[in-house]
Design a protein around this ligand. Structure first.
Ligand code: ANZ
Ligand code: ZN
Length: 857
């Protein structure tokens, strides 16, 4: 039979699709299905991760289009950022030319793959028509007090020569050599849990076995004291947190990561009177005439208050400032600690002359300034309870502070040695005045009710979003600094502030652009300097999904009416590495824009899919590891079909030549069958009895494949398609001439596979004289009553869900047992699905799974 020449076929159909504008959103679309893949960073070439990402969105977009939806499926470029600057530096060009060259190449690669985008909506973030709106948003946020300019001790990457947001600092394991032997199992597992669930926490809690590195270049990160611009994302902590519950279309894993990052903590605010600090507005005098001030601490365990043996404030706390003014030791410590990496601060601290009065016992407690107390967590101050808090315990050992147990485990046989370890569990209160003898939970409730100094409180560990970058290739922050007027935002009519020409220099090229920098103050007309920081590129990606609605709009960032009608994004696909950074920022942006009255929606994305990694020899496929298999090597269609059929989109899979071959052969098969049919041209008209069987199988396949596409299980859709192809082949061997139903089978296959392999679908469809283009055809409809197939599939789904529950707790290690199941004369399809699913669950045994299945069979 004829050989399927993929290169030629691809080129031909791509030409036809483009000629007919088949992917352009119709002008009269009123509520299109919005399918979006995370737009690529313009790094130079597409890699397999991109291909997988965009194959998923493309297949889904095509499927929806065939189902009759208007589909918005746009593409653009995340084009600002440091790598362009570095590349320009190395290659003696400028970031603009380098980036545009990358865009040309990557666009070409996307087109070669045959992805169906509405290119009329292309958006490029490094162009002034785009980034002027970053500046415009900055100003709107500024007016709403959502922007702050603050001196801060910030994360500094010495290699990128710029600051990093908290979310851009990653934890990296270093050799564990000196983990203290004394740690209880409890404490150790807590540490593990910390580093697994939230890199933020461990990065700030003096853990000794990891180091903090730059997310981009992996250089260890240091500290710098700088004036910086922030978006106050913390104003939205509560909504960002609570809203996660309603994001039912998001993977649980991503929601959990965001939840941890936001770090909601319920607890109490407890006021301590502190004497011995210099006076200020809030200061009162006690009877003895000493100046006192109230310091609030935040605690998740207010019932341990009787165990407080000291008070500690962070080096950035107001009280620390006041004390430093009078005490050189305190001043020296504060200075020292602010320049150090949080990992090196450990449990250092300095005792001050101030004392705090315990709100219940009246005891005088020493007051420390301590680096382990974080400035922007809770109130920036803690009551030290060494007996029941790990960190306080470590601090107490280092500074010889008393350890007073106030909670005893309920189970008296539990061994507690408070000298070597904190007891962090709940229990029965002791040494706690009238509260002794109560369970900790009851005591907590009563203390909150009865003690005026203890109040309910919630805090979040989320920090404000540091958006300043000391780099060239980003959006200039639209502010000038005037000696007389201070910081003055640039008037809207002067936007965009465009980047000056690139100057090759160390440090920030904008600092060196003297002519650009010198300007006049919009307020007083006097000489002023432009802000030379540019914005974090995550600002660009926080709202690009809005620009796609009306990309050419000149007097607004997006068409508000369209936004109300078309949002949220119906399906968004991307890598899980964006769980915090991009996905949190984009949620924040949407909420802030809603509060500015620019948007109705408060959440940007209805359904989120995070695609798994493509592995090659067990390693992640990436250009930095040199193991990228060029998408073109196997032809676009084979690559697409393979990445979709290899595994569930959310699972990792291995790139192997063998498996790729399978995808290749499926195409040759289908093409061969369509060609042979056309060449032989021997269709008979008279029906035969077994035609009915085939017709039913075609309908069954339509039901199954539809179901799988709806659920994003392209790998299973491919399996169903393969099975129908097999059946058709057998049918043809036994029964010639072919019946009309055989032709319908082939047409159906062409249409069913078209979302994943559109070139092949188009070629077969065309050979078989299907009407028009298959990519514009209606989705195949069953001809018979298919209610029983639907029921069957629902049954399969529930069985699978049951099995999955069992498998979650059991181990699968014996493939023969699975074959046993097959032998149970289950419905062929059920077995197939079951096997798929079982294959996908790694390494855990399964006595009970098999038993259960046998029982059900
Ligand atoms: C007293 C106490 C007693 C606490 C006790 C805990 C247990 P975790 O521990 O992660 O759940 N904290 C509050 N503000 C802080 C700050 N700015 N910097 C560092 N630590 C701070 O977090 C809650 C606890 O972290 C709080 O509850 C507080 O210590 C500490 F038996 O207060 B606790
Ligand atoms: Zn001025």
């Amino acid at each position: 039979t004829t050989h399927y020449d993929h290169a030629q076929v691809q080129e031909f159909w791509q030409y036809v699709w483009e000629r007919d504008d088949v992917y352009e959103l119709p002008a009269d679309a009123d509520d299109p299905t919005y399918v979006l893949g995370m737009f690529p960073y313009t790094s130079g070439t597409l890699h397999m991760g991109h291909v997988r990402n965009y194959a998923i969105t493309d297949a889904y977009a095509r499927y929806r289009r065939m189902q009759g939806d208007d589909v918005l499926h746009p593409m653009g470029w995340d084009a600002f950022g440091l790598p362009a600057e570095n590349a320009a530096f190395e290659r003696k060009t400028d970031p603009e030319s380098w980036t545009q060259a990358c865009i040309r190449r990557m666009r070409d690669e996307l087109e070669t793959m045959g992805f169906g985008y509405d290119w009329s909506r292309e958006v490029t973030t490094c162009e002034p028509e785009y980034y002027r709106w970053n500046q415009w948003f900055f100003k709107r946020l500024y007016e709403e007090d959502l922007v702050e300019y603050e001196g801060a001790s910030v994360n500094w990457c010495p290699d990128c020569e710029t600051v990093l947001a908290a979310a851009q600092v990653e934890e990296r394991e270093i050799e564990r050599s000196e983990i203290s032997e004394g740690a209880s199992g409890d404490a150790a597992s807590r540490e593990v849990e910390r580093s697994e669930t939230s890199d933020r926490e461990s990065d700030e809690t003096a853990s000794r076995d990891t180091e903090r590195v730059c997310w981009r270049c992996e250089t260890p990160v240091g500290r710098r004291e700088l004036d910086q611009w922030f978006f106050t994302i913390t104003d939205y902590a509560e909504e960002l947190h609570d809203g996660l519950d309603d994001l039912e279309g998001w993977p649980d894993g991503v929601r959990e990561i965001q939840r941890n990052w936001i770090g909601r903590q319920e607890g109490a605010r407890i006021g301590f009177e502190v004497a011995g600090a210099a006076g200020d507005a809030e200061t009162a005098s006690d009877e003895a005439g000493t100046a006192t001030t109230t310091v609030d601490v935040f605690s998740t365990r207010p019932e341990t208050v009787y165990g407080a043996t000291y008070l500690a404030v962070s080096p950035g706390h107001d009280l620390a400032d006041e004390l430093a003014a009078e005490d050189d030791d305190v001043a020296a410590y504060v200075e020292d600690v602010r320049e150090r990496d949080p990992g090196e601060v450990g449990f250092s601290g300095v005792e001050t002359d101030a004392t705090a009065t315990h709100p219940l016992t009246g005891a005088e407690l020493p007051v420390y300034v301590a680096g382990y107390v974080l400035e922007d967590v809770g109130t920036g101050a803690v009551m030290g309870v060494p007996a029941h808090n790990e960190r306080d315990h470590a601090f107490a050992l280092e500074h010889d502070l008393p350890i007073e147990g106030v909670v005893a485990p309920k189970d008296a046989s539990v061994d507690v040695d408070l000298e070597s370890d904190a007891y962090t569990g709940e229990g029965i209160l002791e040494n706690s005045g009238e509260y002794s003898g109560l369970e900790s939970e009851t005591a907590r409730e009563r203390l909150l009710e009865e003690v005026a100094a203890i109040e309910d409180d919630v805090t979040y560990r989320l920090r404000d979003w540091l958006i300043s970058r000391q780099r060239y290739w980003g959006t200039p922050i639209p502010v000038v600094h005037c000696d007389d007027c201070g910081r003055v935002p640039v008037p809207d009519e002067d936007l965009p502030i465009e980047l000056p020409e690139f100057v090759r220099t160390t440090g920030n090229p904008l600092d060196a652009a003297e002519e650009w920098k010198q300007t006049t103050c919009p307020d007083c007309g006097g000489p002023a300097e432009r802000e030379t920081d540019t914005m974090d590129t995550f600002v660009d990606s926080s709202w690009y999904f809005l620009r796609f609605l009306s990309p050419g709009l000149e007097d607004a960032p997006f068409d508000a009416e369209l936004a109300d009608d078309w949002l949220p994004v119906d399906v968004y696909v991307g890598g899980e590495e964006h769980a915090i950074l991009h996905l949190l920022y984009t949620r924040f942006f949407t909420k802030a824009l809603a509060d500015l009255g620019l948007l109705e929606r408060r959440e940007p994305i209805r359904e989120l899919k995070s695609q798994g990694t493509v592995l090659y020899d067990g390693e992640k496929m990436s250009s930095s590891k040199g193991n990228v298999v060029a998408p073109q090597e196997y032809g676009a269609e084979t690559t697409r079909l393979f990445v979709l059929s290899a595994a569930h989109p959310e699972q990792d899979f291995e790139w192997t030549a063998n498996n790729v071959r399978g995808a290749y052969e499926l195409q040759q098969d289908l093409y061969g069958m369509a060609s042979a049919f056309v060449e032989e041209g021997d269709t008979r008209v008279k029906r035969r009895p077994h035609d009915g069987y085939l017709a039913r199988e075609i309908d069954r396949t339509i039901v199954a494949v539809t179901d799988e596409y709806e659920r994003f299980r392209f790998h299973r859709a491919a399996t169903e398609i393969r099975e129908l192809a097999r059946l058709l082949r057998r049918y043809r061997e036994y029964d010639r001439p072919h019946g009309e139903v055989y032709r319908r089978g082939l047409l159906t296959l062409s249409a069913l596979i078209a979302p994943m392999a559109p070139h092949l679908g188009e070629e077969c469809w065309n050979k078989l004289r299907g009407e028009g283009l298959v990519v514009e055809a209606d989705w195949p409809a069953p001809e018979s009553d298919v209610e029983d197939y639907r029921r069957e599939r629902r049954l399969v789904e529930t069985t699978l869900a049951d099995v999955r529950d069992i498998v979650d707790t059991a181990a699968i290690d014996d493939p023969e047992r699975i074959d046993l199941v097959v032998a149970q004369d289950w419905k062929y399809e059920t077995i197939r699905l079951l096997r798929d699913d079982v294959d996908s669950i790694e390494g855990t045994g399964t006595e009970s799974l098999v038993d259960r299945v046998l029982e059900a069979g």
